[in-house]
Design a protein around this ligand. Structure first.
Ligand code: NAD
Ligand code: IPM
Ligand code: MN
Length: 343
């Protein structure tokens, strides 16, 4: 048997609920597969950690993550700056942003899952720079706040290459660069220039490429989503567009993501800890199960049975309320487990 170590970070709110059910599903799948063994190694991060120890992500968690073959992450509640005092604000570090940075997970792959149509595109979001470098300051005297937005040549090159390589290995035809270079002429100008240069690489001659401004893209996603195949974009645009795109397929309950670097990979749903429904047992576990399928793809383990089982549960209406169904988290998981079969 092949043994895989999975670092499990459940987090807060529905993060805990959807990860628990996903692990139950994965254990059931392990029995069917026979040839592999998953060892779950739990690591802490989140709001409870922060309030108890003033550290939302202990070093130990990062060390554990680095020792594992992959990381499965639920969701975490980030306190709003207006909710906690100045002292705590200075100490707060977002666990997911820390992991992306520490493990250099520079690509965030966010596929749009829409089982009711042919819409099938993937957002490749740059995951380590842009406005997420968190270099912000407040000028007391003049009463303004500034945030720096970093776009590097190297950072742009590697994410654009990742998008084109992803297109080739997933049999996709087109890569679109999404940017705002009409205003951000220097930063997004560099991103677009890098895109155009790399697109000319002989390796990518069979991939069509073009670019769109991000504001128009927000409209196209709703009005003509079939025009997209692979999108590559900077950090914050990718964050916003991926939540928007999830609505095409019914919402965040069905949106998975993979954070990939050269040495590590972390899989997490696009959604957050959903405080509005946490503790009720009604969160949709499908997004996290699809993350789990992406994790198996990364580990080169057959993920088809999981993808098929989730799709079948969806098409039969065996879903939670966010997708119009009437089952709870456990009942949806039971159905998916029931539908797991090797072909
Ligand atoms: P959210 O994604 O948690 O929820 C947005 C809406 O979608 C809510 O109405 C919620 O009920 C619904 N929803 C989300 N996931 C669902 C699921 N699996 N099943 C059914 N409904 C679901 O976004 P928010 O409310 O803006 O943020 C809540 C907290 O989560 C914030 O503290 C935010 O910072 C954090 N967050 C964390 C992550 C992460 O850890 N990776 C990602 C996004 C947001
Ligand atoms: C996401 C989340 C994170 C982000 C937050 C929680 C820091 O919204 O993964 O999309 O902004 O990247
Ligand atoms: Mn987001």
């Amino acid at each position: 048997n092949k043994n895989f170590k999975i670092c499990v970070i459940k987090g807060d709110g529905i993060g805990v609920e959807v990860v628990n059910e996903t692990l139950r599903m994965l254990k059931a799948y392990e029995k069917i597969l026979k040839s592999v063994n998953f060892e779950f190694i739990e690591a802490k991060a989140g709001l409870t950690e922060f309030f108890n120890n003033k550290d939302a992500i202990p070093n130990e968690t990062i060390e554990t993550a680095k020792k594992c073959d992959a990381i499965l992450f639920g969701a975490i509640t980030s306190p709003k700056p207006t909710e906690i005092g100045e002292e705590l604000n200075k100490l707060y570090k977002s666990p997911i942003l820390t992991l992306r940075k520490e493990l250099d997970l520079y690509s965030n792959v966010r596929p749009t899952i829409d089982y009711n149509s042919n819409i099938d595109f993937v957002i490749v979001r740059e995951n380590t720079e842009g406005l997420y470098i968190k270099e912000e300051y407040y000028d007391e005297e003049n009463e303004f706040a500034i945030a720096k937005r970093k776009i590097s040549k190297k950072g742009s090159e590697r994410i654009v290459r990742f998008a084109f390589d992803y297109a080739i290995s997933n049999n996709r035809k087109k890569v679109s660069c999404i940017h705002k270079s009409n205003v951000l002429r220097v930063t997004d100008g560099l991103f677009l220039k890098t895109f155009e240069k790399i697109a000319k690489d002989e390796k990518y001659r069979n991939i069509i490429h073009n670019d769109y401004l991000v504001d128009a893209t927000a409209m196209y996603i709703i009005k003509s989503p079939e025009m997209f195949d692979v999108m590559v974009t900077t950090n914050l645009f990718g964050d916003i567009l991926s939540d928007e795109a999830s609505a095409l397929g019914g919402g965040l309950g069905l949106a998975p993501s993979a954070n990939i670097g050269d040495n590590y990979a972390l899989f997490e749903p696009v959604h957050g800890s959903a405080p509005d429904i946490a503790g009720q047992g009604i969160a949709n576990p499908m997004a996290t199960m699809l993350c789990c399928a992406m994790m198996l793809d990364y580990l080169k383990i057959d993920s088809k049975p999981i993808k098929n089982a989730v799709k079948r549960a969806f098409l039969e209406g065996n879903t939670t309320a966010d997708l119009g169904g009437s089952l709870n988290t456990k009942e949806v998981t039971d159905k998916i487990i029931e539908y797991l079969t090797l072909e």
